[in-house]
Design a protein around this ligand. Structure first.
Ligand code: SAM
Length: 248
């Protein structure tokens, strides 16, 4: 009996050894620059690796999971739903209790005023009608029962009355992707009560306006932190991802 078991173990080890040898050989072949950067592999890469935004969402969701807050996902500026769909699909098994909130005008940008004026940002840019967004979510496998869509421009919509209607207790992730200073400032003031230690905030447009500290998301954040000394942000993973600390 012992002998047979011993033989089986040896056989397994031999197979494992061969597998390791095969893997090393295969890795050596596949890592060869002439193969790794060949046209065929470059073509296939788009189907088997994460595109940049997808990779970013994945890291954020995994970070939120590790922070263990058990809160919701709030996205301000969803457009056609790309980051929203990624977030849902990465989070659904890790954080099954998570609910997802999509805040957007579904009419694109408002006419930028003052410091928000820029040749790139025009009224109506990123227009995506609500129906199309909903269809995209369906295509993306998002469970509509987990999603609350809040349609409207932030300056009129993000009110105390809306807060009373929504069932958000705390935020695990706040994804802010609405480009402009004005919009970001309104969003930041709205989310304060949902923030807890460990909430992750992503400022997706951190690098817009040539990274000017006096414009866009950077200015909105700078002013907001000054006005709310109980809140501080620590950089997490990348420059535009922050973890919240709330002092009581
Ligand atoms: C760059 S897109 C968002 C991209 C999206 N997160 C994605 O993954 O593709 C910006 C979105 O912010 C929305 N938005 C910007 N300012 C807004 C405001 N003040 N009120 C409501 N929606 C706004 C626009 O309608 C647009 O859908």
């Amino acid at each position: 009996m012992n002998g047979r078991l011993g033989q089986r173990k040896l056989k397994k080890l031999r197979i494992r050894g061969n597998e390791v040898k095969m893997n090393t050989k295969l890795t050596k072949i596949l890592m060869k620059p002439s193969i790794r950067y060949s046209k065929v592999v470059n073509f296939l890469r788009q189907f088997i690796t994460y595109e940049p935004k997808e990779g970013l969402v994945r890291r954020v969701i995994y970070g939120a999971y590790e922070n263990g807050i058990n809160g919701d996902y709030l996205e301000f500026g969803v457009w056609e739903g790309r980051s929203f769909i990624y977030a849902y699909n990465f989070a659904k098994s890790k954080m099954p209790m998570m609910n997802y909130y999509a805040f957007d005008s579904f009419e694109g940008l408002q006419k930028p005023k003052g410091i928000d004026k820029h040749s790139f940002f025009k009224k109506g840019k990123y227009f995506c009608p609500l129906d199309k967004f909903k269809k995209n979510l369906e295509w993306g496998g998002v469970d509509e029962d987990k999603v609350t869509i809040i349609k409207g421009f932030y300056d009129n919509m993000l009110t105390t009355e809306l807060k009373e209607k929504l069932k958000i207790k705390r935020a695990s992730v706040v994804w802010i992707d609405c480009d402009l200073y004005e919009s970001t400032k309104t969003v930041l003031n709205f989310i304060i009560s949902y923030l807890v230690d460990g909430t992750i905030i992503v400022f997706h447009d951190w690098y817009c306006f040539n990274c000017d500290e006096e414009r866009g998301e950077r200015l909105a954040v700078k002013e907001w932190l000054k006005e709310n000394p109980s809140i501080s942000l620590s950089q997490h993973m990348f420059n535009n991802i922050f973890v919240v600390k709330v002092r009581t």
